[in-house]
Design a protein. Structure first.
Length: 102
C-alpha cells in the first residue's frame, strides 16, 4: 500500500520565479535519487503544476507539485518500502525545497 506525503514550502518569490527554481533543481535532484535511475525520471508541466514520476529502489514514485504565489505544495505517493521511510523522505524533500525557494 502506498503512503501519501504532503509538503507545503512557503516562499516569497512569486509563482514564476519559484517555478523556474524548481525546474532547475529537479534536474539536479533526478541524478541524486538513492537507488534511482536518472533516465527513469519523467516530468511534465501544465502551467504551474508539475506531474512527475521516478524510479528508486525498483519502485515507482509519483507526485504533483503545485506552485502558487506564496508556497509550493508537493503531494507524493511512496510505494512499499519507500512508504516506511516516509518521515525521512519528507524531511529531506522539505529541506531541499526550502533551499531552492529561499
Amino acid at each position: 500500500m502506498a503512503k501519501t506525503v504532503s509538503i507545503n514550502i512557503p516562499h516569497q518569490l512569486g509563482a514564476a520565479e519559484a517555478k523556474r527554481r524548481l525546474e532547475e533543481g529537479l534536474s539536479q535532484l533526478a541524478g541524486q535519487i538513492p537507488g534511482g535511475d536518472a533516465a527513469r525520471f519523467s516530468q511534465s508541466w501544465a502551467g504551474d503544476v508539475l506531474n512527475f514520476s521516478a524510479v528508486a529502489m525498483g519502485q515507482t514514485i509519483t507526485g504533483v507539485v503545485q506552485v502558487l504565489d506564496d508556497h509550493a505544495r508537493l503531494d507524493l505517493s511512496l510505494p512499499g518500502l519507500l512508504g516506511m521511510a516516509a518521515g525521512k523522505i519528507k524531511d529531506e524533500l522539505s529541506r531541499r525545497g526550502q533551499l531552492l525557494l529561499k
